[in-house]
Ligand binder design. Structure first.
Ligand code: KPL
Length: 292
């Protein structure tokens, strides 16, 4: 089975480098048919340059594994463009936030779909891509393909995303990640601080209020893991203390943020149940006001 990596962002380029190193059959589907070479700097080991092989929507065979390491808001537009060329492909989405699953299911009913939460980290500056962390990936099928294809995809991803773990139900892990992103990302972007600065006393009141709203929503939706919210947040703030969150970087560079798929998703889920999350709403509005 061939792999198609959609886009040439930091994680897409990291995946291309891993495919290249492992000799996997892969192609990159970029915005243009010709791709830039990648100057790859692995976390450990010697840097090297390589030319990722390109593919266009028209030249796909129809049975590939399509990996979409895009921002949440880019998933639907990308798949709308690809829709005429999608036959029996399998899709893997890798992004922060939630809400794309129902969008993809509505656009492409029946297409095999897996979701992943990754802690792989890379930084892209022009053609240079630096691997900045060696985190693992959690994976789960939303709509698995027939058995043989399913095993083929799982084997490929086990090799490509090592260390990775497949889960029967990814939802509790998706919510755990969503809860972390819904606090760290907008607060660091709004206050223009690194993740670690959220450990300061001045932010504790706001963090607690945001966590309480998430806990209420998770209880209403019967999602496991409420008791882990606060300790996990403290642990992530600690472990990523020197990092600037993805939303901080998006705001700093004048890019669109993933707020609609993070706090926006929480707010919509709450609305659906007749609940309100005033702290998340004001944070959402504050981030929207920063965006162009
Ligand atoms: O996922 C992240 C992000 O920045 O998007 C965290 C975990 C907050 C690390 O910065």
């Amino acid at each position: 089975m061939n792999i198609v990596i959609v886009g040439q962002g930091a994680i897409g380029s990291l995946l291309a480098a891993r495919c290249h190193t492992q000799g996997l059959n892969y192609r990159v589907l970029g915005r243009t048919p010709t791709l830039q070479p990648i100057d790859w700097q692995p976390y450990q080991g010697e840097p090297f340059s390589f030319n990722p092989p390109a593919i266009t929507p028209q030249t796909m065979r129809g049975d590939e594994l399509l990996i979409l390491p895009l921002k949440a808001y880019q998933i639907l537009p990308a798949l709308k463009l690809l829709k005429p060329y999608l036959k029996k492909q399998k899709l893997l989405l890798l992004h922060n936030g939630m809400g794309t699953q129902s969008e993809v299911e509505a656009l492409l009913p029946g297409l095999p779909l897996a979701l992943g939460i990754t802690r792989m980290a890379a930084l892209k500056q022009a053609n240079r891509v630096t691997e900045t962390g060696l985190g693992g990936t959690d994976l789960g099928w939303v709509n698995p393909p027939p058995k043989a294809d399913c095993l083929a995809v799982e084997d490929l991803l086990d090799a490509l995303l090592t260390p990775c773990q497949w889960h029967e139900d990814l939802k509790p892990l998706q919510w755990a990640k969503l809860a972390v992103n819904a606090v760290i990302n907008p607060l660091t972007a709004l206050h223009n601080i690194a993740n670690g600065q959220l450990a300061q006393p001045e932010y504790q009141g706001q963090i607690q209020a945001l966590n309480e709203e998430i806990a209420m929503l998770m209880r209403a939706l019967n999602i496991q893991g409420v008791q882990d919210l606060a300790p996990r947040l403290t642990q992530v703030i600690d472990a990523t203390a020197a990092n600037y969150s993805s939303m901080h970087q998006d705001v700093t560079h004048g890019r669109k943020t993933e707020i609609d798929y993070i706090n926006g998703y929480l707010i919509n889920e709450a609305k659906r149940l007749g609940l309100s999350l005033p702290c998340h709403v004001s944070l959402y509005q504050a981030i929207k006001a920063l965006q162009i």
